[in-house]
Design a protein around this ligand. Structure first.
Ligand code: NAI
Length: 307
């Protein structure tokens, strides 16, 4: 009964301050869309250099938005958005007074679990916790938090590039309270995003369907069923996809896709996913072993160095 009372008094309808852990590609994007929505943003990372990197990403991206939304005064627009963002490397201070923690640090279950266990002790009793993980379970990440916090814990899965991609998957575990879920849903709308509701299952909605499709495309070339060029043309012109599977694999990064697939092997063994979905593909594994990871390394299924 005490738990219920606490939940009912939870200040979940007004998220005004968001603390973001991780000032990398995703964290910077989430900070930007939050600041543009008028939220007070506290951006956190482990080093000043990482924070500087995040602010650089935000600066460039906000200027691009300003160019469209306020072409007469891009500088004014940028200034106004950036005024909503403060930075710190002090994790304790970053959560001392905040409504929502959104985590976008490295994809490691141990590091995420430890961070949230620590933050659970430092943050206010009503602070909502969310992870932007792509491939880990939200319940597993929340495992070392108190039962009270687990009711305030959910997933906020943004897509890259955050300022451009409209979708956010709002993930609820068996323990996420209705009020928490509603608050997460509402805050993404305030950011100008379109939220969808998902359970805490591997890959949520998008990656659960996308990753098996990408892996099967790679297995098609393993088997010699078709060429990568023809498969890309076929899916663009036959299924109406904006990118073919190999173009998309190169964009996402082959190491990232492989990492998700490897993480799912254990889930398949546990019977949570069909084994066939995670069957290894030699074409992806071979490229990853050669360091050809896609666009970011200059080469993947296609060569980007010539353009
Ligand atoms: P990234 O490598 O660009 O950035 C991660 C940042 O976290 C780095 O700046 C690092 O210094 C920082 N960090 C590491 N440990 C930390 C800690 N204990 N406290 C504070 N900061 C810490 O990574 P990226 O791509 O932004 O991914 C972050 C998360 O978002 C991962 O969980 C990833 O799975 C997820 N994600 C990534 C997507 C993508 O397309 N890259 C899409 C959707 C989700």
């Amino acid at each position: 009964a005490v738990g219920v009372q606490r939940l009912m008094s939870t200040k979940t309808d007004g998220i005004n301050t968001i603390t973001i852990f991780g000032a990398g590609l995703m964290g910077a994007g989430i900070a930007q869309v939050s600041a543009q929505a008028g939220l007070k943003v506290i951006l956190t990372d482990v080093t000043d250099k990482a924070l500087e990197n995040g602010l650089n990403i935000i600066n460039k991206s906000v200027a691009r938005v300003g160019k469209k939304q306020q072409p007469d005064d891009i500088e004014g627009f940028t200034k106004k958005v950036l005024a909503n963002i403060t930075t710190t490397t002090d994790a304790e201070q970053a959560v001392s007074s905040t409504d929502l923690v959104c985590e976008a640090i490295i994809e490691s279950i141990k590091v995420k679990r430890d961070l949230f266990a620590y933050l659970d002790k430092k943050a206010g009793a009503n602070t909502i916790f969310a992870s932007n993980t792509s491939s880990l379970g939200i319940s597993e990440i929340a495992e070392n938090c108190t039962e009270e916090r687990k009711a305030l814990f959910g997933g906020l899965h943004f897509f890259n590039p955050v300022p451009a991609m409209k979708l956010v998957e709002v993930v609820r575990t068996d323990k996420t309270s209705e009020a928490t879920y509603q608050a997460l849903f509402d805050v993404t709308k305030r950011m100008g995003k379109v939220p969808v509701a998902c359970k805490d299952t591997p890959g949520f909605i998008v990656n659960r369907l996308l990753v098996p499709y990408l892996l099967e495309a790679a297995r098609m070339i393993d088997r010699g069923d078709a060429t990568k060029e023809d498969i890309d043309i076929a899916m663009k012109l036959g299924a109406g996809y904006p990118m073919g599977p190999f173009e998309l694999l190169d964009y996402i990064g082959l190491d990232t896709t492989q990492f998700i697939a490897d993480g799912w092997v254990d889930k398949a063994k546990a019977g949570v996913l069909p084994e066939a979905l995670v069957e290894p593909t030699s074409s992806i594994v071979d490229l990853v072993n050669k360091g050809e990871l896609g666009r970011k390394s200059g080469k993947g299924f296609y060569d980007y160095t010539k353009k």
